[in-house]
Write a protein that binds this ligand. Structure first.
Ligand SMILES: NC(=O)c1ccc[n+]([C@@H]2O[C@H](COP(=O)([O-])OP(=O)(O)OC[C@H]3O[C@@H](n4cnc5c(N)ncnc54)[C@H](O)[C@@H]3O)[C@@H](O)[C@H]2O)c1
Length: 260
């Protein structure tokens, strides 16, 4: 392959989860765009529309943007109807969406209410299933679905609480979706990121200590750069990873391998 061939030339993608320029979704979207993909974006509600519009301005005036609350089936159905009209087909999808009520990320896990448990799983895990089901009929040339996860799914991270349980569900959903969609040449993977200072992360109590801890304890002795999530997102979206599906790829400066 020539060095100047763009890895995502001719690919159509949709990005769920840009809130502002610090969003992980934005880092990955930039890498995809620079690699030649044509992208559409969703935004959670009117409150975020302007932010997202400003960011995607540089991607061309014809960049589609659709409102989507991922806990609403009608919103999801409308998004994929629009994608069908605007692009006709789809190759890549980024799910970079999570939510849990703030009080569930502060105290003890044992106090998680039924409602906080339901909301965290609905928005952060079930939504991947719903989005993959909406996208699959448009991925007629094969595709790549990527979700964002965190190590709190497999180890106890104080205060991450119900979000850790929802991430375990998300990672299991990645595996089951990979099995269902494999025959259609659609791959499903997750990126497990080390801590990144975003809007969502700031909702987790003790987050600043977490950044410091990772810097001290990870083999690479630093925190990750958002553009390193961009490059892994590009690898997983591109034909560089066509035999990789159902995986959780850690981008955490090696923190995950440590026992102590
Ligand atoms: N920041 C970190 O340290 C870190 C580490 C590992 C994984 N992650 C994961 O990365 C993903 C992106 O988070 P981020 O850190 O970029 O924060 P962020 O706040 O920038 O992004 C979270 C996004 O989720 C969207 N969202 C929440 N509820 C929604 C709903 N009902 N419908 C539609 N969209 C909704 C928000 O609008 C926002 O765009 C999340 O899945 C998060 O768990 C983050």
């Amino acid at each position: 392959m020539e060095a100047n061939v763009k890895l995502l030339a001719g690919k159509m993608g949709i990005v769920f989860g840009v809130a502002n320029q610090r969003s992980i979704a934005w880092a990955i979207a930039q890498a995809w765009y620079e690699a030649g993909a044509r992208l559409a974006f969703t935004y959670q509600g009117e409150r975020l529309k302007e932010n997202v519009a400003e960011l995607v301005e540089g991607f061309g005036a014809d960049t589609p943007m659709y409102p989507c609350d991922v806990s609403r089936d009608d919103d999801i159905a409308r998004v994929f109807e629009q994608v069908r009209k605007d692009f006709g087909k789809l190759h890549i999808l980024l799910h970079s969406v999570a939510f849990a009520p703030k009080e569930a990320l502060e105290g003890e896990f044992i106090n998680t209410t039924r409602e906080a448990f339901r909301v965290a799983h609905d928005v952060s895990a079930y939504s991947l299933v719903a989005l993959a089901r909406g996208a699959a009929p448009l991925m007629t040339e094969g595709g790549s679905v990527i979700a964002m996860t965190y190590h709190g799914s497999v180890k106890v991270v104080p205060h991450y609480n119900v979000m850790g349980v929802a991430k375990a569900s998300l990672e299991a959903s990645v595996r089951y979706l990979a099995y269902d969609l494999g025959p259609k040449k659609i791959r499903v993977n997750a990126i497990s990121a080390g801590p990144v200072n975003t809007l969502a992360a700031r909702g987790i109590s003790g987050f600043t200590q977490m950044l410091k801890h990772y810097e001290e304890r990870s083999p690479l002795k630093r925190n990750l750069e958002p553009k390193e999530l961009g490059s892994t997102g590009l690898f997983l979206a591109s034909d560089m990873s066509t035999a990789t599906t159902g995986q959780v790829v850690y981008v955490d400066c090696g923190y995950e391998i440590m026992g102590w």
